[in-house]
Design a protein around this ligand. Structure first.
Ligand code: HDE
Length: 689
């Protein structure tokens, strides 16, 4: 009943069919009265005053006035997608969660990806943490895994979250900068809170500028519990592993994209799903026996620490596929209300003090954002499991409760609804023994803020370390107060002396002794964790990759066809770019349709660029500065560049210092270059260049 008729999203044929099928559809008021005129208000005479009795005018304007709801206080900018999850084999040994038992069963999911700092209209490619929130609509109720694309967090206790967020959001006096952490208040806070150091390494790394949502890892961050049917509990860290691998942008590219297409990630997600390139992620778990919990050099309840994969391997237990775009952004992506406390039998929370605060925050925030306590009745929030209880009334209640018995226990309603035992699926909290002296304290086992920051930095490849140094120089370069810049690099000195020196050299300060190293908990750890680096062996699959073909009148069509078919067979996509839209003729006579002009396209939208042969085409491209700039930028951003025949001349004309550099592929004919070109794109970027 709540669903309005869906209109086709695109396509002339679909529109025509829709019009035929809905010939009877009439515009009405919200109460179903047919509308006779919606363009003129009711007036006393053609030029007269508007009459207050015009109920249609008042309804239309009132509804419009109230269209906005408060945006999320953090993670305001998000993009959602529907999909499904399937477990590979029963996980009964670890958990009794129903959706992790049967490999044949598909569980519906809704995912919302987000940036943290920016407001709803902010750019997608800001340097920031990304939210990766997944709702599983299981038969036993909703399970929300409300994670991020980084496995650790800035603070150890939720009571500091408002301070962190105030500091990183636009500054209080002038609301600047929008959606960026490169300003004084954030770095002031960070410099005074050494527990943030490990997370700072992550946000300064390439992880903070993902190539796409489909190429981003996800993490539950906190340690959770898995509880099996016998009531045995184990600790678990949740991971999402993208099947396309995790890849990033270059900072210069990210900044340009923020201007050229602020919706870059949202568009990529939408178009990938429309094109059938469904983003896929494997759900991974690191399972730790309770008896082993104290064996590590970090506390499992400290969210500024990760469990290195080299210490506890990630086991991939199932796969999520995102295969459907939302029908309506507001109804679904905006109104979805995740909650860390939405857990199902077999999954439980822990004493992580950050997690505990979150267990309060998520419901509380929806009361304001969604206007009352009935937000779980909104379609995107409704579980597929049936809901029966005595909760009632409140703003926006949609449920018409039947009968008189709105309390428990009752006899008037035959005792309904009935409680469930554990065997019947009743949720039982893990009976953990708890005792202690009431106090505002932090455990000494949380005292080491640097070991894992060092582990992260040292595990990156040299180009990734350089990116991190450059990012720190950028961020701190925007900080006006020198004392803040100084404090930050002094903290960084405890991560790595060379890192601190290099950053300091770029921001006009010197490294001072001052920061104090906390005590390291004795226990197991690793010296290096290659899994933390984004540089991994390439996969031959080009899914999610976009390649620009630069052409003008007289291009070599055989080159274009050969290379296009090689790229699309490998899963990639191609767009024809030229000086103007319309048909462009080839050397062989046949024309192709241009998909983007140099006005709307730029190298930053693509993973690679190819120039087919054809003397006239190359000469025209050479004359127009756009093509040269396109290639220069692709080179600077370490992207794969290919050319066939005369196309090589365009590369020579561009400011590319070395045509033999990694990721530059040229050949007399496209056929000869195709294999090497595809292998080069699969490398993602050629950082050593
Ligand atoms: Fe959140 N967080 N958070 N957070 N968070 C919100 O809930 C909060 C934290 C995360 O796409 C809010 O519905 C507190 C860690 C994601 O709708 C709010 C603390 C992690 C999303 C809130 C944290 C997250 C949110 C704002 C410290 C990674 C977006 C609107 C105790 C594991 C979900 C809303 C979506 C959203 C509070 C820390 C992830 C205010 C108090 C750590 C992905 O409730």
């Amino acid at each position: 009943m709540a669903k309005r008729d869906k209109q086709p999203a695109q396509g002339q044929d679909q529109l025509a069919r829709f019009k035929r099928d809905n010939a009877d559809q009439r515009m009405t008021s919200d109460t179903g009265v047919r509308i006779q005129d919606t363009d003129d208000s009711l007036k006393a005479g053609p030029r007269g005053p508007t009459l207050l009795e015009d109920f249609h005018l008042r309804e239309k304007i009132t509804r419009f006035d109230h269209e906005r709801i408060p945006e999320r206080v953090v993670h305001a900018r998000g993009s959602g997608a529907h999909g499904f999850f399937q477990v590979y084999e029963s996980q009964a040994k670890w958990t009794r969660a129903g959706f992790l038992q049967d490999p044949a069963a598909r569980t519906r999911v809704f995912v919302r990806f987000s940036t943290v700092v920016g407001s709803r209209g902010a750019a997608d490619t800001a340097r920031d943490v990304r939210g990766f929130a997944t709702r599983f609509y299981t038969n036993e109720g909703n399970f929300d895994l409300v994670g991020n694309n980084m496995p650790v967090f800035f603070i150890q206790d939720g009571i500091k979250f408002p301070d962190l967020v105030h500091a990183v959001k636009p500054e209080a006096h002038h609301e600047m900068p929008g959606g960026a952490s490169a300003h004084d208040t954030f770095w002031d806070f960070a410099s005074l809170v050494p527990e943030s150091t490990h997370m700072l390494m992550w946000v300064l790394s390439d992880r903070a500028i993902p190539r796409s949502y489909a190429m981003m890892e996800g993490f539950g961050v906190h340690t959770f519990r898995l509880v099996n049917a016998r009531g045995k509990s184990r600790f678990v860290k949740f991971h999402w592993k993208p099947l396309l691998g995790a890849h990033s942008l270059v900072w210069d590219e990210a900044q340009k994209l923020a201007g050229k297409d602020p919706d870059f990630h949202r568009r990529d997600l939408w178009e990938s799903i429309t094109n059938g390139d469904f983003p896929e992620y494997e759900l991974g778990v690191q399972v730790i026996e309770e008896r082993d919990a104290d064996k590590y050099s970090f506390d499992l309840f400290d969210p500024t620490k990760l469990v290195p994969e080299e210490l506890v391997p990630v086991q991939r237990i199932g796969k999520m596929t995102l295969d459907r775009n939302p029908d309506n952004f507001f109804a679904e992506t905006e109104q979805v209300a995740f909650h860390v406390g939405n857990v199902v039998p077999g999954i439980d929370v822990t004493n992580d003090a950050l997690m505990q605060a979150r267990l309060f925050s998520y419901v509380d925030t929806q009361l304001t954002r969604l206007g009352g306590p009935n937000f779980n009745q909104i379609p995107i929030n409704q579980p597929v499991a049936p809901v029966h209880n005595h909760q009632q009334d409140g703003f926006h209640n949609q449920v018409v409760q039947q009968g008189r018995a709105n309390y428990h226990p009752n006899s008037i309603g035959s005792g309904c609804p009935f409680l469930s035992t554990v065997r019947e699926g009743g949720y039982v909290h893990f009976p953990e023994e708890v005792q202690g002296v009431k106090a505002r304290v932090r455990s000494p086992s949380f005292g080491d803020h640097y070991s894992q920051a060092t582990l992260f930095y040292k595990s990156l490849t040299p180009p990734e370390q350089q990116h991190l140094i450059d990012a720190a120089r950028f961020e701190l370069g925007k900080v006006e107060l020198k004392a803040i810049r100084e404090r930050v690099v002094s903290n960084f000195a405890l991560v790595d002396a060379n890192l601190a020196e290099q950053v300091a050299a770029g921001i006009g300060v010197t490294v001072k002794a001052g920061a104090v190293r906390g005590e390291v908990k004795p226990g197991k750890s690793v010296k290096s964790s290659p899994s933390l680096s984004l540089v991994k062996p390439p996969s031959a699959n080009l899914k999610g990759r976009m390649v620009a073909f630069l052409v003008e009148e007289g291009f070599q069509k055989s080159d274009l066809d050969k290379m296009k078919s090689a790229i699309t067979s490998a899963g990639g996509r191609v767009k024809i770019v030229s000086s103007k839209l319309g048909a462009v003729g080839s050397l062989e006579g046949k024309a192709v349709e241009v998909e983007q002009s140099f006005l709307t396209a730029a190298s930053v939208f693509f993973d690679a660029v190819f120039v087919p042969g054809g003397a006239a085409s190359v000469a025209a491209l050479m004359k127009a500065g756009d093509a040269i700039q396109f290639l220069d930028e692709a080179f600077r951003h370490c992207k794969t560049i290919g050319a066939a025949g005369e196309g090589r001349e365009l590369l020579e004309a561009a400011d590319i210092p070395d045509l033999e550099a990694p990721g530059i592929v040229t050949a007399p004919k496209a056929g000869a270059a195709a294999e090497a070109f595809i292998a080069a794109i699969a490398q993602h970027r050629h950082w050593t260049r």
